[in-house]
Design a protein around this ligand. Sequence first.
Ligand code: ASP
Ligand code: MG
Length: 428
Amino acid sequence: MLVYKFGGASLDAPEKLDNLSRIVARCSEKLIIAVSATGKTTNALEEVNEAYAERDTDKALRLLAEVERQHLELAASSGLGSGLGSDTGSDTGSDCPIDELKALVGETATFIRENKVRDFDFCYGRIVALGELLSSVIVNAHLNRAGLFSRLVDARGFMATDSIFREAKVYLDKTEKNIRETFPFADTDRYLTQGFIGANPRGDVTTLGREGSDYSAAIIASSLDAESLTIWKDVPGVLNADPKLFPDAEPLPELSYKDAAELSYYGARVIHPKTIQPLAGKNIPLFVRSFVEPELPGTRISHGKSLPDIHVIAVKPNQILVSVLPKDFSFASERAVDELLAVMHAFQLKIHLIQSSPLCISLCTDDGRNARLAIDELRMNGLVLYNDGLELITIRNYTDELIGRYTGSREKLILQCDRTIARILVKG
Ligand code: ASP
Ligand code: MG
């Protein structure tokens, strides 16, 4: 049994959906397919939620209508809109998904009009999960039309999480049990489901954090002891740098789980950092392959082979450096550091780099709504300064020449080096 995950960039145009069908057609084994939202849909739905949080219901509905328009257009331009294809008689619906798409958007619109719970994160789960629901309906119709019948399963029914709506923690034991029951492969060889989304014990919709559908796919693979997980991407595997930023990036044919986890943590945007753990525990290999050139072998990630000596570079954009200077010179005290970390934790902020001196402690994290709320909170106890618009660059197997090459003339705010890794925080 295999698990395939297709990300948003592989789903946002008719020819890409054709690629997906071709890849699925070539797989003769039992298969579970997990999809994320198409293209930039998750960003668009985040904007819907932000407008809604600012109580601008009209704007929220307008932005939602645009998301609907894009999906109807994608379905229509993929030849799914006409309903002309024969109903295949499968129990998974016809190949005309228009009514289903409209119904899903309609439910979200009704939520926006009628919901009374004004909690940003709660509404986020409810609104943003729409992206994965819509894409799974389109992919399902597409596969059905190609004669590749798949049973569509709603991930909210098996991905059991806590109630941290935007970065939910998965209850692994419960979820594994659910997955074993949900995917029996008794009367079908192929399932389709959504990544990224789940539900808390009350049934409220939760999400696993941005880019979280890799993690969903890894949990499915590990729960069912899959032979492997393949993540189909718009790059020919894991490269030693982001090819959009560095045209001379080279593919890495093999990586160890440890190296892959480290690279994703540093911001190599190829796999979600949490993806590796469920797979490594069960020794399930992870393949990262190109949906454009599926004949290429891509990268194989497994136990064993460690990263070769070539340099690897990862860039985290949109960072903010928050510096806290307590009023009473109390910084050296561990309690002050604990308090600072507790605030970061309370706002679900990941600390990407930390630097301390006797009178000041500085943390680098993703900029955004939560970072700004955390700064307001920290200001109650001391002086807080910040620098925004920063990039955090990590170079593995660095040299001075490489640091110079990748930072150029940009101002360096922090430079931290150990024997193999240099981390440089620069103005963007
Ligand atoms: N659609 C979600 C996002 O864009 C999850 C994912 O793509 O993995 O973050
Ligand atoms: Mg995505």
